[in-house]
Design a protein around this ligand. Structure first.
Ligand code: FMN
Length: 205
């Protein structure tokens, strides 16, 4: 499909049919994710594709449990807010496949030459590792559309990061960064509204 068409058609898909995602297609999504730019071309990522529904349910129940144990805010509808968030954080359990992105720490060229900590440089540069992850994830989302699937980026489940890392055997120096749920869309989803170009574009000539 034309790139501009893929970009226009992409929308977050959260409800899927039971149809499996072909493993070769999952590999193609990850292959293209690995072609994304990354800080110093460090490619500090790996991708774990999960198609085991039992494991997905266990992951979702850890997330739901974690959300239920978070202290409620003062607002009257705090419980309702939490249950809404819970759905957006756990719907992945019904996806035919979920791709988890894990990252390892990278060493910038700068930190070899200055006495500033890795953490501080990372903060100054607005977390180039996380920025790199975003580029890779966007490639997965666009490839999913290109191959006839729908997908949704998830960070909400990360409230249970430690529990999820343990279920996925992600150990130091690797860290879980995000999930992408993938499958055939159950209903066709229109792309959501976007700001006008004039509101987001500024030209300095
Ligand atoms: C960093 C990031 C984290 C997100 N986390 C979640 C999530 O945990 N659960 C969810 O349902 N959607 C999540 N989304 C999807 C956004 O809600 C969605 O992209 C946004 O509402 C715009 O809709 P669209 O993707 O259909 O254009 C996330 C998106 C991004 C970029």
């Amino acid at each position: 499909m034309e790139l501009s068409e893929v970009i226009k058609q992409r929308a977050s898909i959260r409800v899927f049919t039971d149809e499996k995602v072909v493993i070769a297609d999952l590999k193609e999504m990850v292959r293209r994710a690995g072609m994304a730019p990354s800080v110093n071309n460090y490619q500090p990522w790996k991708f774990i594709a999960i198609t085991n529904s039992h494991l997905l349910h266990r992951m979702a129940s850890e997330v739901a449990h974690k959300i239920s144990t978070l202290p409620n805010s003062d607002i009257k509808r705090a419980g309702l807010v939490k249950s809404q968030v819970e759905w957006f954080a756990t719907f992945f359990e019904n996806a035919p496949a979920v791709i988890a992105l894990a990252m390892e720490s990278y060493e910038t060229v700068l930190e070899k030459g200055v006495s500033i900590s890795h953490e501080e440089i990372n903060r100054m540069r607005n977390y180039p590792d996380i920025q790199s992850a975003g580029a890779a994830i966007q490639n997965i989302l666009l490839t999913a559309v290109d191959l006839g699937y729908g997908a949704c980026w998830l960070s909400a489940p990360l409230v249970a990061k430690n529990e999820l890392e343990s279920l996925l055997n992600i150990t130091s120096p690797w860290k879980l960064i995000a999930f992408v749920a993938v499958g055939k869309p159950k209903i066709s989803q229109k792309p959501s509204n976007r700001k006008n170009l004039d509101d987001i574009f500024e030209l300095m000539e």
